[in-house]
Ligand binder design. Sequence first.
Ligand code: PHE
Ligand code: ZN
Length: 885
Amino acid sequence: MHQSGRKPKLLTDYAPPAYLIDEVELDVALDPKAARVASKLKLRPNPDLVAGARRLALDGEGLSLQSVALDGIRLSREDYALKEGSLSIASVPAKPFTLEIVTLCDPEANTALSGLYRSNGTYCTQCEPEGFRRITYFIDRPDVLAVFTVRIEADRVGAPVLLSNGNLIAQGEIEGTGRHFAVWHDPFPKPSYLFALVGGDLACVSDSFTTASGRKVALNIYVEHGKEDRCAWAMDSLKRAMRWDEERFGREYDLDMFNIVAVSDFNMGAMENKGLNIFNDKLVLARPDTASDADYASIESVIAHEYFHNWTGNRVTCRDWFQLCLKEGLTVFRDEEFTADTRLGPVQRVVDVRLLKTHQFPEDAGPLAHPVRPASYIEINNFYTSTVYEKGAELCRMLQTLLGRDGFRKGLDLYFERHDGQAVTVEDFVAAMAHASGRDLSQFMLWYTQAGTPELACSLDYDVHAKTARLAVSQVVPPTPGQTKKEPMLIPLKVGLIGANGDELPLKLDDDTPLAGGLLEVTQREQVFEFRDVPSPPTPSLLRGFSAPVRLTTSLDPGQIEFLMLHDSDPFNRWQAAQTYALTLLTAAARGKGDRARVTDKAAARLGQSLGATASDAALLPAYRAEFLKLPSESDIARELGRSVDTDAVHTARETLRAAIGNAIREELAGLYERAAPSGPYSSDPESAGRRALRSAALDLLVGTGEPAELARAERHYREAANMTDAIAALAILSHLESPARDRALDDFYARWQEEPLVLDKWFAVQARAARPDSVETVQTLLSHPKFSLKNPNRIRALIGSFAQANPTGFNRADGGGYRLLADQALEIDRFNPHLAARLLGAFESWRILEPHRQARAKAVLEDLAARTLSTDSYEIVTKTLAAG
Ligand code: PHE
Ligand code: ZN
């Protein structure tokens, strides 16, 4: 690997491109081993720059150059320099000129899945962030925007469907050759990362959407033949997303056609290429018998996410890759709002915060911590992180909280008005918000530049005589790699004061005006807010709706937390109180050794009672009630412990609490289980899905008791399941056990679904996640299963990814076997798909919070990895993970 590729790139080194490309004409002749790409570029010197040396450098990777011509004259070998990574031409005109370049590339040998590759025989492309340079030489950066016209030519039989961005303008046969062609034109200037092309033999499911202004848009979803009956949910989600974006944000679709293609080999979830989204088929295909409610939910949000990018990402794009959160954070925020508005209501916040805390908090607390807008990177592929995505979304949400829904909308409108068709920065986005609202947001910018999760400590004192409640708040932003000193941030802190009878007390600060929405703005390291006219001692409800991505510590005692878990009118905080209560018990138990690593039955019974009461409250949404029955995960407990984590003790603590709660409220859970039984055919509506979630959460606690009757119930649940949601829920519960029931269910599932790749992935994943002493060996054995293959990323993620990221006891097994397994597999994968290997290696990010013995094992494996030949992607992850904190 080139050492030069390992030098960090810096945000402060940004310089505008020396040349602009206004138009691109591509002529692509598809061929499995030698695809020929003829490109005609209309270039001109960037008028914003003072004329300097007229040297032109184009990016290119793994291409075989056939010819270069400048203004129609073929260049000879001396006129240009070719090295790995670039083609440069020493002298080009100081006025507009045309460059024609012919190259060959090898789609079939492209196992990195970046550029032009083949998935199950279908030609497809992935260009974000730097894949276009693997298709042709280009100025491959997001601030070069061009109008593309693309001619694709291919074998008629092998690739009857030929797609690119924009609108189809011509197509036909090439007589006597068995080949045909299609010409696509995209009128919107776009950066190269949004280019896409597809060629294959695919089935098409069509529909249409009429926009608010009355334009009819053709909608097509392309899938493998035979999968047409699994597109209905994706299509429905798309139409609802299109409508919602018009209603909530006034954003209409802008082309006559919107195409989605599902492919089975894809490094990520999906890609927002202009007018031609390409999806991992896992995020398109769904039928009640093959996809679970969780799959339906991901499909809906990713379909919406990619569609929303049409405005946030495509019409207004990023100046450079440091600004990635500009499109990703904002678009995640938009898809979260979509799901909250149209489907889950307040439950969405619980789901989103759980995701944030599970993935982003550990990232922010570990060796890979980086600001939402990083200031440096070695490999940009490593920065599609939950910090950029999920924390990035939280920053947009905080802006909306600070400015109000209308204020945020005005800011976003101004952003589009000012920057449509441009490649911009985070500063441009925040400036639009500031100008539209008249607020100074300079302190808010720290959220984009300072890494680390702020720690917010709150304590409330009540003065009986003065009838005042003083809320003392302090904030600390912990040091992160490369950032030791931090400034205090602007933290929107939503609060409520609850009276003894559960009523909300009025919130009045010094100046007599009631505090709108309970929103406090914390701006200093230490701050006191004094509430007046508080009639009786209140219980504070703090950080309502998780109004900022911080770690909150409070002075609340267990009685007050219990009170909130039953009475808080803020649904998020009510759920959070239940989690906090459980976590207090769990961390105490996990810190104990041997027999002390248990939760007392009395405390558990008390928690069980409260959880049971909420879960049985028919006035609440079933999906919300289900969340109360899900105990904090092992990774929640580990994160809360923060140091010296023994993953076995964590597991034991959780299992004892699970059993104790199951025993304490067994009758009630059994009643819930019965009452939530399905009453009709499968429907994906939130009510039905919520009932299924509630029922399987109850089942999980019941089986935790270890009672044979409950095991039998789980086996029955599996056998009688009429949809994938119920089947996989039962299978997951059974998978941890040592029981013939487990083996029977796994065998049955395999026999039924072995020919369905996406469903078979679940079979691999459920075994990889099972917390059993032999899980390392199980995964090892499955690696040689005839249906396992390293060629498909979904399969790799199902087995190796699930094991490393979702099986804390197995992966962190005390003998280090889990670490070795991941390292060996990642090394092999790194040779053909660095991006995927580096993502898997992210599982090592929390090694420093482990107890010393496990830390030593992890460190040894990481050091061994660091001594091997690694791709730039994996090199960056491994060296940063190892670097001293
Ligand atoms: N931009 C894609 C998304 O969020 C993610 C992606 C990144 C896909 C890189 C492929 C490669 O929506
Ligand atoms: Zn995105």
